[in-house]
Design a protein around this ligand. Structure first.
Ligand code: AP5
Ligand code: MG
Ligand code: ZN
Length: 222
């Protein structure tokens, strides 16, 4: 089972990925989380990636693709994975397809989490994230039980560097020009399922689970 979560910044890929990974017992692979871990530990890859992430731009494919291929080859991803934030352009989608094919695997379903722009900005500007486990909170919509601490692991929660107004705008533009074409790309392959990303987190999870279990036929699920 290899599921892609596609959606604009703030659509809820990280939030939903966490629940889906628990439900299907396969890892959530977030290229954004892997890059941020590299930035934090100041690896060479992290230092290079930071320049792009701070601007809201995509990190170059040669960096991200190798990182992703290593990750999907890991033992815990043998039964599949939930891809959160990859692929982000047509080239990445093509590489992914070839890599999976070489492992005798394929993409099961592409879940497109659809949320309007105003709501995306609202979500991103109030987001807080756990430093340790990556769980996402929102100061208004989804506050942690204890201010500043993660409900799941008790670690400190913080605001991401790229959740500042200017960078949010840049990320949304990059999504529209580089990532949105994947909706058409996967629709043509019959793999795309559109999900209404507004509503309660649990309700959206149920809808996505339904869509995954039904398989893919490009229809809208609500
Ligand atoms: P990445 O970390 O992937 O960020 P993103 O795509 O901008 O997406 P976000 O993580 O911001 O949003 P999300 O959809 O996960 O939303 P979340 O669940 O947190 O990438 C960061 C950067 O890394 C990129 O800009 C790029 O530079 C680089 N990068 C990463 N992958 C790359 C790749 N493949 N190629 C090249 N570069 C790459 O939710 C958002 C907020 O909304 C939270 O506060 C949450 O609590 C709240 N929320 C969630 N669901 C709901 C709901 N139903 N109702 C109300 N609030 C909700
Ligand atoms: Mg995320
Ligand atoms: Zn945590």
């Amino acid at each position: 089972m290899n599921i892609i979560l596609l959606g604009a910044p703030g659509a809820g890929k990280g939030t939903q990925g966490l629940s889906l990974a628990e439900k299907f017992r396969i890892p959530q692979i977030s290229t954004g989380d892997i890059l941020r871990a590299n930035v934090r530990s100041r690896t060479q890859l992290g230092l290079k990636a930071k320049e792009f992430m701070d601007k809201g731009a995509l990190v170059p494919d040669d960096i991200v693709v190798n990182m992703l291929v290593d990750r999907i080859n890991a033992d815990d991803a043998k039964a599949g994975c939930i891809l959160d934030g990859f692929p982000r352009n047509i080239n990445q989608a093509e590489v992914l397809e070839k890599t999976l094919a070489s492992m005798g695997k394929s993409i099961s379903t592409v879940i497109g989490i659809e949320v309007d722009r105003k709501e995306l900005v609202r979500r991103l500007s109030g987001r807080r994230v756990c430093r340790q486990c990556g769980a996402s909170y929102h100061v208004i919509f989804n506050p942690p039980l204890n201010i500043g601490r993660c409900d799941k692991c008790g670690s400190e929660i913080y605001q991401r560097d790229d959740d500042k107004e200017d960078t949010i705008e840049a990320r949304l533009k990059v999504y529209e020009s580089e990532t949105f074409p994947l909706v058409d790309y996967y629709s043509r392959k019959g793999l795309y399922r559109a999900i209404d990303g507004k509503g309660s987190v649990d309700q959206i999870t149920l809808t996505i689970v339904g869509a995954i279990e039904q398989g893919s036929d490009n229809s809208k699920v609500s």
